[in-house]
Write a protein that binds this ligand. Sequence first.
Ligand SMILES: Cc1cc2nc3c(=O)[nH]c(=O)nc-3n(C[C@H](O)[C@H](O)[C@H](O)COP(=O)(O)OP(=O)(O)OC[C@H]3O[C@@H](n4cnc5c(N)ncnc54)[C@H](O)[C@@H]3O)c2cc1C
Length: 286
Amino acid sequence: MKFYNHFDLTSFNSYRIKAKCNRAIFFDCEEEIQEYYQKNKDTKNVLLGSGHNIILAKEYYTEDFIIFNSNFNKINLTEAGLLEIEAGAMMWDAAQFALDHELSGLEVFWDIPSSLGGAVVMNAGASGEEIKDVLVKVRYLDLTDNTIKEILKDDISFEYRNSFFQKNTDKIVLKAWLQLKKGNKEIISEKMETIKAQRWAKQPKEFPNGGSVFKRPEGYYVGAIMDELGLKAYAIGGAKISEKHGGFIINYNNATGQDILDIITEVKKQVWKKYQIDLEVEQRVI
Ligand SMILES: Cc1cc2nc3c(=O)[nH]c(=O)nc-3n(C[C@H](O)[C@H](O)[C@H](O)COP(=O)(O)OP(=O)(O)OC[C@H]3O[C@@H](n4cnc5c(N)ncnc54)[C@H](O)[C@@H]3O)c2cc1C
C-alpha cells in the first residue's frame, strides 16, 4: 500500500486536468482495502480506476483518493479456465494476456483505456461487444457492512454503459472472473489490431480527452449532431469539441474541468432546442 499527501492528479485523469487531492492511496490487496474502510468509516473519499471516464471539476479535493491504476492488478487463468482479474489491472493487459493464452473475447479491450473495475462499473465496450458478454462473476467490498461479497452476471443489471455498481457507489469492485473462448492466436491478434487501427483513425488521440462525452441517443450519432449544429471546434477556455470526432471534447490548452462542463451545458442546451433530446453525459463528474 502506498500513501501520498497533496497528490497531483494530473496524470491520473485522461483529460490531464490539473488538480490535487489531500491524500492518494494505492492498495495492493483486498485485506488492505477492507482494513482502510473499516478504520476510516467517516473519512470522505473518491474512488478512481484508470481515470479515463472522469471530469475533475475542482482544483483541490479534501477527500482521500483511492486509486486502482496498475496497482492491485493481478491477472490469472484459473483451473476452471476462467480469467481472474483484479480491479486495478488494465483491460489492454487483460487482452494481451488472453491473446498469449489463445483466448478470444477481449479483442475490443485492446484499445479501450480502462481498469477492470472501471470496465465493470461502466459496462465498457465497443463494436457491439461489452464486458458483460464475457463476465461470469464479480467480487466486491460492500461498504454498508464492510464485508466481501460475490455477485453473478445476471444479478448485475447491466445496461448500455451502466450497471448495478454505477447505481450503488457503496460497492467497490475488487475482482472479476471472465469466460473467454478458445481461439486462434493469429485471428485474435488481427481483430485486436484492426479494431485499434479503425479507432485511431477516428479519435483525436493527439490531445488529452476522456472518450465519448455523451451516451449515444437512440437513433442518432452524437458526432453527426455536432456537425449539424456547427459545434465542431466550439471552444471554451482550453477545451474544445474535437474537429476529428464531434463526440469528444479535447483539452487543447490547459483546460479546467469547468471549461469542459461549460461546453457540455451549451451542447445539451442546443441539442435540446433543435432535437428535443436530453443528452446523457457518460463521463463521471467528480
Ligand atoms: C480515448 C478514449 C477512448 C474510449 N473508448 C471507449 C470505448 O470504446 N468504450 C467504452 O465503453 N468506453 C470508452 N472510453 C471511456 C473509458 O475508457 C471507460 O469508461 C472505462 O471503462 C473507464 O474505466 P476507468 O478505469 O478509467 O474508470 P474511471 O474513469 O477511473 O472511473 C469511472 C467510474 O468507475 C468508478 N470505479 C472505478 N473503479 C472502480 C472500482 N474498482 N469499484 C467501484 N467503482 C469503480 C469510479 O468511481 C467512476 O465513477 C474511452 C475513453 C478514452 C479516453
